[in-house]
Design a protein around this ligand. Structure first.
Ligand code: C5P
Length: 397
């Protein structure tokens, strides 16, 4: 699947004659749906105009680490965080060597050090240079660090030589960038995910809710879409952007979430219950705002239905994954939940640690299935989500 829809791709253009092809690379990335920003090095600027790149990318070209105004508009760290993937095309011998040694003497090399995004390089240079031991060894070092090389082609070069070192075709570069996002492991599968907190009204103004941000659920949604699943989300109260490629139903209360899930559950292959559903709701919702002087001393609560448990009891239930947000007796509590709710796996997280779990950007979880318990080390919620989906695919599909 060659799909870069909703993907942010940062194109680094370094000093090689093939830089004249970089506006075409921007276009081919856009053809696959990507939003593209460009960083140009001093060497790159010798071979292609910034105006061309600005015009096709529809964004200002980033070129200077020390430009105060540019740093204010979108600084190098922000740019590094913005990107879902960075592709350096053409990647000159000098840029490759700088990446290899972790140098940070210009904007492109600094962004590469600062980004968590996938990095790809499309080398382009004279065939003799490309055949040199230094380049071969540098590429091997980068490969071992996870940098993907888009191999250059064989043919006539701008200098008149014939050999290996021609920049890969722009269309091929765009396809290989797209390839890193499409693993297709859930292709043809339907996934339903509950996300965020529920809001239980007390009166028209007040409510009971929780600190759920929806970050973990949305990261899972993203991972499912990436894996090719037809993804449906039942979304409560959240503070993150919604995955645009999923079907979304918005709800407020636990009862509404229950109804929305039951309406959609029939044809699903996988149900991920990530929402922080309120266990109780006020028994009566006051029609009018409760006044200070109303002598109210307590609010009577009624237990909400357990959505996950109800889905696990369905006759043709999908694979069901629950979450256990715990503050103590972690493994014991999560194991009990796995047994009581009869789900296929439980993702356990420690919410007493404020650096992970509720509302934070990182998490560290245990994946408990009926067979075994595995730790997924601390990482961004997106990486944790991808690892969870990989395990779910491996064990259940
Ligand atoms: O029992 P506890 O609320 O700790 O279990 C958490 C798991 O159960 C989560 O997966 C949560 O989404 C789900 N849950 C639910 N309906 C509820 C309460 C929790 O689906 N009413």
């Amino acid at each position: 699947m060659n799909n870069l829809a909703n993907k942010r791709v940062l194109l680094g253009v370094s000093g090689s004659i093939a830089a004249y092809k970089s506006p075409d690379i921007v276009r081919r990335l856009q053809d696959l749906g990507a939003e593209v920003r460009v960083i140009i090095t001093n060497g790159g600027r010798e071979f292609v105009s910034e105006l061309s790149l600005q015009t096709v990318s529809k964004n200002k070209v980033h070129d200077n680490l020390w430009d105060k105004d540019a740093e204010l508009a979108m600084g190098h760290i922000e740019l590094a965080k913005w990107a879902d993937a960075v592709i350096i095309a053409p990647a000159s011998a000098n840029t490759i060597a700088k990446l290899c040694h972790g140098k940070a003497d210009d904007l492109l090399s600094t962004v590469i050090l600062a980004t968590k995004a996938a990095v790809l390089i499309a080398p382009s240079m004279n065939q003799q240079m490309f055949a040199s031991k230094a380049i071969k060894e540098n590429l091997e070092i980068l490969n071992n660090r996870g940098v993907v090389t888009i191999e250059p082609g064989f043919g006539e070069q701008a200098c008149g030589d014939v050999g290996e070192g021609r920049l890969a075709e722009p269309i091929e570069i765009a396809k290989q960038v797209a390839n890193i996002f499409s693993n297709n492991t859930l292709s043809g599968k339907k996934v339903l995910i509950t996300i965020g907190g529920t809001i239980e009204a007390i009166d028209p103004v007040r409510y009971i809710s929780n600190h759920s941000s929806g970050k973990m659920g949305m990261a899972l949604a993203h991972a499912c879409v990436q894996a090719g699943a037809e993804t449906t989300l039942i979304v409560g109260s959240i503070s993150v952007d919604v995955e645009k490629r999923a079907n979304v139903t918005y709800i407020t209360s636990a009862n509404e979430m229950y109804d929305a899930v039951m309406k959609k559950i029939k044809s699903q292959d996988l149900f991920i219950s990530c929402a922080a559903v309120a266990d109780f709701r006020p028994t009566k919702i006051s029609q009018n705002k409760i006044k200070k002087d109303s002598n109210l001393s307590s609010i009577e609560l009624t237990r909400n239905k357990d959505i996950l448990e109800s889905v696990c009891k369905l006759k043709n239930k999908p694979i069901c994954i629950g979450f256990a947000a715990e503050t103590e007796n972690f493994i014991a509590n999560a194991t009990a939940k796995l047994e009581i709710k009869k789900c296929d796996a439980i993702i356990l997280n420690d919410i007493s640690n404020t650096e992970i779990g509720l509302n934070s950007d990182e998490n560290e979880v245990h994946f408990l299935s009926q067979e075994k318990t595995e730790k997924i080390d601390r990482s961004s919620k997106q990486i944790i989500a991808e690892k969870i989906i990989k395990k779910v695919t491996k064990y259940f599909f």
